[in-house]
Design a protein around this ligand. Structure first.
Ligand SMILES: [Fe+2]
Length: 161
């Protein structure tokens, strides 16, 4: 009987996650939290893992998320819809939030900075498959589109050096 190491299951991790501009609305020192929802149930739950180039899950990787609110605006005074977290021992993260609204010139997206412990920071953006505006947004990329598993449940695995 062959016993595969756990990380062999992650062979589909694919190429490295592409970098994208952070845009004008990043703010350092976001609160540490996995839920950005202020009341009620989250409309969107994003889960996934942070993987190394060799596809091994990376524990204690930093993820710092920020996105627009229900009106398509960013909170530049406080920290609404901003939060950072660390991956667990299996490299997993979980973000509970709302569906960010589209705003002028952009399709629906979530900004994120990902940094493995002791590794290089990757700034990028996640997209929603099937959005009408994707084709009109020059920043949109298929390889940054989340997998929608069911209504409100999305997933994305980051691959970082
Ligand atoms: Fe944005």
């Amino acid at each position: 009987m062959l016993l595969w190491p756990a990380y062999s299951l992650a062979r589909t991790c694919g190429p490295q996650t592409p970098r994208q501009t952070e845009g004008p609305f990043f703010k350092p020192a976001s609160p540490r939290r996995t839920s950005l929802v202020e009341r009620g149930a989250p409309a969107l739950v994003v889960t996934g893992r942070v993987l190394g180039k060799d596809c091994k899950p990376l524990a204690n990787a930093l993820l710092d998320f920020w996105h627009a609110d229900e009106e398509g605006a960013y909170d530049n005074q406080g920290f609404r819809y901003r939060g950072h977290q660390l991956t667990d021992a299996e490299g997993r993260y979980r973000l509970e939030t709302i569906l960010p609204a589209v705003y002028v010139g952009r399709t629906r997206h979530i900004h994120v900075k990902v940094q493995p412990a002791g590794g290089r920071l990757v700034t990028t953006q996640l997209y929603f498959p099937g959005e009408a505006q994707n084709a009109r947004d020059g920043l949109y990329r298929d390889d940054l589109a989340m997998r929608m598993e069911k209504r409100g449940a999305a997933s994305y695995d980051f691959v970082v050096a």
